[in-house]
Ligand binder design. Sequence first.
Ligand code: SF4
Length: 362
Amino acid sequence: MSCLPIRDNRNSPPVTDPKDQKIALMGMTLEQLTSQMNELNEPTFRANQLFGWLYRSCVDTFSEMRNIPNNLKQKFEKKFIVHPLEVVHVTGSSSEPTQKFLFKLQTGEMVESVLMRDGDRTTICVSSQIGCAVDCDFCATASMGFQKNLSVGEIVDQFILVSKASLTRITNVVFMGMGEPFLNYDRVITAADLMNHQDGIKLGAQRITISTVGIVPKIKRYVEEKHRYKLAISLNGSSQVSRLKTMPIAKKYPLDKLLESIDYFSSRSRHPVTLEYVLMAGVTDAKEDAHKLLDMLNGRRCKLNVIPYNEIGGKYSHPSDERIETFINVLEKAHFPVTVRRSKGTDISAGCGQLAVMESAA
Ligand code: SF4
């Protein structure tokens, strides 16, 4: 579920030939760093040192790595770089509640993250792909089509570079930027593992949320693999028919199969799944939709986040206050927790209307 605006990479700088690139160390696991050190005939403990410099000290250069000898630093300079991303633009100041960061990849494409501060909580929304193949009708990113999966380093570096620029410590991560995280499954999980690693960034598993539109086989795999990160699923419809209005992915993974996978998650997880429901005027905001949601979800272990649509000038619009009130009143009979969030992110055009989604999930 994207929370970010479209970034049209057709105007990006020319793509660099991958063979001309140095290898980015950011995003490497301890095992991968160890294998790099083996190739250089260096002892294994150098990999542990590098891991600490990358993910605990968050250095930008090899010269800052004080316990690495100079001759080895020179070898590193020839072969590696620290960051695969470069910050090219920041919208908003560090005193504002919301900032948007634009990064350039080594290959020239652009990608974005959003940082939000709310009380004690500082949340970063990271992207997992450039563009997206899922084609949700309300999403600006969808019109880019799919361009590429981000590497582990390109995902983790969004966190590292934004945390270096933030005056407050990042407390939460949501995978709700550009792209469908479960269509870049392995890299997203490795990136989350690096953010959670006790010798590195040390972000608690329940402070990391992976949001999906409902890629059913990947939800099942996620459960089988026993990952502990929070799972959020975009429902955005009270029935198969209404879901199909805005989410063509529902054709491939129909609502009954999605509900089965949600139940499977609930049966194996200590934590409830978070379901996101965006209220779009005249599309998903009818009183009958609220009743259908109650029928569908009462008896299931879940949390529901209701998010009035954050307009971006497209064909969907924000419901009236009256329609929102009516919808919420029906949900008072819910046996599951319901939260309603109003968007605060439109001032920086943060997205396809879904900025509020990541706020409520974090
Ligand atoms: S098209 Fe759908 S899955 Fe893809 S980024 Fe947009 S909201 Fe997320």
